[in-house]
Design a protein around this ligand. Structure first.
Ligand SMILES: Nc1nc2c(ncn2[C@@H]2O[C@H](COP(=O)(O)OP(=O)(O)OP(=O)(O)O)[C@@H](O)[C@H]2O)c(=O)[nH]1
Ligand SMILES: [Zn+2]
Ligand SMILES: [Zn+2]
Ligand SMILES: [Zn+2]
Length: 256
């Protein structure tokens, strides 16, 4: 069951792993679930807690996979249509590093097909009704990726600004996208997601002249939630803005 929206999830396999310490963010997610009035009975809480614990263990296993191949894992999260797949398509044309993509969508192979058309190794996970990817789904995807040939592996999470924030999928970094047409209140309304961000991308900035969007306000909100967070403005009409995202990723690769 998803702790955020209460939807039921399937396919959680049992894996034996030695105990790892939970990340700070996941500890917070665990605390957060006690405040969700819809999911606040003891039995529901204990079921969700077990799912999150198992997910954390599997996420650590996924990171070990990536580390063994010296691949940087990046989780892309945003609401539907903010431009995740478009950014990946553009990076396929421009990036100096080789990357693959594990795609998460409720239905259809559309996003993986779009990336394969650009020559990017892509594996589609269709979650059915599940509102986010979890570490078990991503683990299966990792075994479909030619990790030996890759420098970076992206996970494009299900378009959703709430649930994916609570599930560590075993990547190293989170990039959160938010687009100009969504309106300049999304960061303050969805703080849990933006607290997880290593890089915030404000996308579709070519549309700024047509929207009443206060970009400086949004940047300030992001920094209120996560002081020091990196923020870049991006749009597909100006390739140099995509180049900056690529440079950020290159920098992170060199830091590992
Ligand atoms: N004007 C403008 N449109 C953009 C930009 N980036 C993406 N789009 C458009 O936004 C729409 C949605 O983009 P996608 O890349 O499919 O969004 P997504 O985040 O992958 O969506 P989901 O996979 O459904 O969550 C497409 O029609 C893109 O062409 C941009 O920088 N400027
Ligand atoms: Zn959910
Ligand atoms: Zn997409
Ligand atoms: Zn494995």
């Amino acid at each position: 069951m998803c702790k955020d929206c209460g939807c039921s999830l399937t396919g959680h396999e049992h894996h034996e792993h030695h105990h790892e310490h939970h990340s700070h963010e996941h500890q917070k997610a665990h605390e957060h679930l006690h405040h969700n009035p819809q999911l606040n009975d003891a039995k529901t809480i204990s079921v969700i807690q077990k799912i999150l614990d198992k997910n954390d263990h599997e996420a650590a296993h996924n990171r070990a996979h990536l580390d063994a191949h010296n691949v940087l894992g990046i989780n892309l999260m945003s609401s539907p249509g903010s431009g995740k797949t478009t950014l990946l398509e553009k990076m396929a044309e421009m990036a100096p590093f080789k990357f693959g993509v594990i795609e998460g969508d409720l239905e259809t192979n559309r996003d993986a097909d779009r990336l394969r058309a650009k020559g990017v190794p892509a594996h589609q996970i269709t979650t059915g009704s599940a509102c986010h990817l979890d570490a078990f789904m991503v683990h299966k995807g990792l075994h479909e990726m030619p990790l030996d040939e890759l420098d970076v592996c992206f996970v494009e999470n299900v378009g959703n600004l709430v649930c994916p924030a609570s599930y560590d999928v075993g990547t190293h970094l989170n990039i959160v996208l938010v687009s100009v047409p969504e309106g300049s209140d999304k960061i303050e309304k969805y703080p849990v997601m933006f607290r997880q961000a290593d890089l915030v991308l404000i996308t579709k900035t070519d549309l700024l002249p047509y929207f009443d969007y206060d970009i400086e306000h949004e940047k300030a909100e992001a920094r209120k939630i996560k002081p020091g967070v990196d923020i870049l403005e991006v749009n597909i009409k100006e390739p140099e803005t995509i180049e900056r995202v690529i440079e950020w990723i290159e920098f992170k690769r060199k830091m590992r």
